[in-house]
Design a protein around this ligand. Structure first.
Ligand code: 13P
Ligand code: SF4
Length: 319
């Protein structure tokens, strides 16, 4: 703990000296989330991270999250320096959607509007018409469906399937998934609900359909925290990365939060309810990048210019 206090103090000092701000996701280490808040940065879902990074006057953004979040920050603010504690922190959705295969998929379906989830590479975004996050994907697809548009969706099949069911839109789905949310189990959740009949169920839409179907609230990480605060219940079962519990407990004091069941447990399953890439962000490597300026995110300027179109569309729609 003493070492932690010293690390945090040094990070605070360097953030000031370097005119840098910390932008963190709810799944990263609780210390990083707290530091981001205490130092005038932000801790939020991916939509808010993108908006905050774009609008903040700091010269340097330290993005504590995964690669696509750093890339999005760079695309929206090419003039800023974007650093990340670990450049190997990626995402199974991003990895499962290589740009060449994705381009061939798009080329084979030129009659469809291309909508991609934020959890993709800059190169994939450069080929898309719209980018969406989990907080606004449903509304954007509703909007496109109302205009009679047919949609090509990538990469998360569960989020895509959920949106398709809710909107009735014609959607052709890429078959990607998140290795963390894919582990939540519908049947086991039913059993757990029987043990906790008054609990409400909060689900991130990257989870399988038989889990989402049992939800009292479905949404992005920020929306799930909001639901925990506002829904009339004292007990909640939570189907998303357990990094969120830190903020959920602080936002809804006195309420009880229970992890939704996964196939394995933490001894047998490395990614159960916690993203191995989000877990790569820590106090020590955050301090290292602040001290050295290492781990800068670069996006090819041409790709960045193209990718900005689909991100700006989302941000304008959200405004
Ligand atoms: P949110 O935009 O809901 O924070 O989701 C990001 C993510 O990677 C979820 O796994
Ligand atoms: Fe990607 Fe899943 Fe990790 Fe989110 S939790 S960053 S979707 S692998």
């Amino acid at each position: 703990p003493e070492e932690k206090v010293a690390l945090k103090a040094r990070i605070r000092q360097l953030l000031k000296e370097k005119e840098a701000v910390l932008v963190a996701h709810y799944y990263v280490d609780a210390d990083l989330q707290d530091l981001a808040e205490e130092t005038g940065g932000c801790v939020s879902d991916s939509l808010e991270m993108a908006r905050f990074g774009r609008d903040h006057p700091a010269k340097t953004l330290i993005v504590a999250g995964v690669k696509f979040m750093g890339e999005t920050a760079k695309i929206l603010s090419p003039e800023k320096t974007i650093l990340m504690p670990d450049l190997d922190a990626t995402c199974s959705l991003d990895l499962g959607c290589p740009v060449d295969e994705f381009t061939a998929f798009c080329d084979a379906h030129p009659d469809r509007v291309v909508v991609v989830y934020a959890n993709t590479s800059a190169a994939v975004k450069a080929r898309a018409d719209w980018m969406v996050t989990s907080s606004i994907g449903l509304k954007i697809v509703e909007h496109l469906h109302a205009q009679g548009k047919k949609i090509l969706w990538a990469p998360d099949k569960h989020l895509g399937g959920y949106i398709q069911k809710q909107t009735g839109a014609d959607m052709l789905l890429w078959q990607g998934s998140c290795l963390v949310h894919d582990e939540f189990k519908g049947v086991e959740l039913e059993l757990l609900k029987r043990e906790h009949p008054n609990a409400k169920v909060l689900v991130h839409p990257e989870s399988p359909a038989n889990v989402v179907e049992q939800a009292d609230a479905v949404g992005s990480t920020s929306q799930l925290i909001h639901a925990a605060q506002t829904l009339d219940a004292t007990e909640f079962i939570v189907a998303t990365d357990n990094g969120i519990l830190h903020k959920m407990r602080a936002a809804a004091p006195g309420k009880i939060f229970i992890d939704a069941p996964t196939a394995g447990n933490s001894a047998t399953c490395k990614s159960c309810a916690h993203c191995p890439w989000m877990a790569m962000n820590g106090l020590q490597n955050l301090l290292d990048v602040l001290e050295t300026g290492r781990n800068e995110i670069h996006v090819d300027p041409e790709i960045g210019r193209k990718a900005t179109v689909c991100i700006d569309r989302m941000l304008d729609f959200a405004a």
